[in-house]
Design a protein around this ligand. Structure first.
Ligand SMILES: NC(=O)c1ccc[n+]([C@@H]2O[C@H](COP(=O)([O-])OP(=O)(O)OC[C@H]3O[C@@H](n4cnc5c(N)ncnc54)[C@H](O)[C@@H]3O)[C@@H](O)[C@H]2O)c1
Length: 347
């Protein structure tokens, strides 16, 4: 019998976190070198009926708040204790909204053993005084673990229903590790490929959320499909230019992978950033993003508005504002310094 060398744990249990746990758990059952059980760390919440989310997940095998109606797999175990959830695991999947990852890493410092591999499914970046830091680098620096990324045209609810989708894994050097991640995420309905361009893949996943906000404004203003396609084209160009200025090693081909053009299209057509920005524009910019997020997303988090602010900070730090009119304008609209219609006039 093959020795079970690998144990996976998922850190995060929102919509995408729950789907990630389902995907991984469906594979660990069939891979001899993996332990069957997949622990999923849950940021504990008390539901309106007084029950704990973790208990409900373990009793019903469903995350009734973030992914209702979908069985996660009997080998997924929800755990509200972060340290306990990662104990003994040597393949860590990070999948939380990006604003929480720094605090989570701080709690894990010194708790991760040698030989652990990580992957981040998180879209976003942290901007510090010394410059921007991608989430995979933050995990790598804080925890001393190698960290790949997985991004793609992945609306969680569709993959949960096992509808066909593709994704891209970005890795730095170790192709063998990347292939192991391909093995534990890939299924016949979730086709995963790996490319050696970690920064390119991660920046695609991060920046497309800003373009999706712009697409939502265009929808809310009822400007039509041609205008939306124009926003997507301009947005893709800015994504590419920004990524290459930040990291000259970023490859052109990465923008043609699932993490690039495909994710941009799906997010601009169907994602949550588009949806909330649409409502914002329809209110004439009078309702706040925070209010709309609470009303429309039922606990899910909006990433694009925060990312637009982070990108704007980088543009200011580096004097690049003039070269990125779409990114700049999205942020100015989000903070109320320009009307939603500026998205077309100024981009
Ligand atoms: N949902 C998707 O379709 C999708 C697809 C691809 C990538 N992503 C990315 O995956 C990442 C995770 O998103 P998601 O959809 O799983 O989450 P989500 O927005 O559905 O849920 C929010 C999560 O944050 C948790 N949370 C709330 N406050 C917290 C705190 N203080 N500390 C830690 N956790 C807290 C909640 O319990 C919940 O699990 C994001 O970067 C997102 O961009 C999402």
């Amino acid at each position: 019998m093959t020795k079970k060398k690998y144990k996976a744990a998922v850190i995060g249990s929102g919509n995408w976190g729950s789907v990630a746990a389902k995907l991984v758990a469906s594979n660990t059952l069939n891979l001899d070198s993996f332990h069957d059980e997949v622990r999923m760390w849950v940021f504990e919440e008390t539901l309106p009926n007084g029950e704990k989310l973790t208990d409900i997940i373990n009793i019903t095998n469903e995350n009734i708040k973030y992914l209702p109606g979908i069985k996660l797999g009997h080998n997924v175990v929800a755990d509200p204790d972060l340290e306990h959830a990662v104990e003994d695991a040597n393949m860590l999947v990070f999948v939380t909204p990006h604003q929480f990852i720094e605090g989570i890493c701080k709690r894990l410092v010194g708790k991760i053993k040698g030989g652990v591999e990580a992957i981040s499914l998180i879209k976003g970046m942290e901007v510090k005084t010394e410059g921007p830091c991608m989430i995979s680098s933050l995990i790598n620096k804080q925890l001393g673990v190698n960290c790949c990324v997985l991004m793609g045209a992945n609306i969680g609810d569709e993959i949960a229903m096992e509808k066909f989708s593709e994704a891209t894994i970005g890795y730095r050097e170790d192709k063998e590790v990347a292939q192991r991640w391909v093995q534990i995420f890939g299924t016949p309905y979730f086709r995963v490929s790996a490319v050696r361009d970690i920064e390119g893949v991660e920046l695609c996943g991060t920046l497309k959320n800003v373009v999706a906000i712009a697409a939502g404004f265009v929808d809310g203003l009822e400007m039509g499909n041609n205008a939306k396609a124009a926003i997507m084209r301009i947005g893709l160009n800015e994504m590419k230019a920004f990524s290459k200025l930040m990291f000259p090693s970023v490859c052109d081909n990465t923008f043609l992978e699932s993490c690039g053009i495909a994710d941009l299209i799906t997010t601009c057509l169907g994602g949550r950033n588009r949806k909330v920005a649409d409502a914002f524009a329809r209110s004439g910019g009078k309702r706040s993003f925070h209010e709309l997020e609470t009303e429309l997303l039922q606990g899910q988090k909006l990433q694009g508005v925060i990312t637009a602010g982070e990108v704007y900070e980088v543009l200011c730090q580096r004097g690049w504002q003039e070269s990125f009119p779409l990114f700049r304008t999205v942020h100015l609209i989000c903070i109320g310094c320009a009307p939603p219609s500026a998205i077309i006039q100024q981009s």
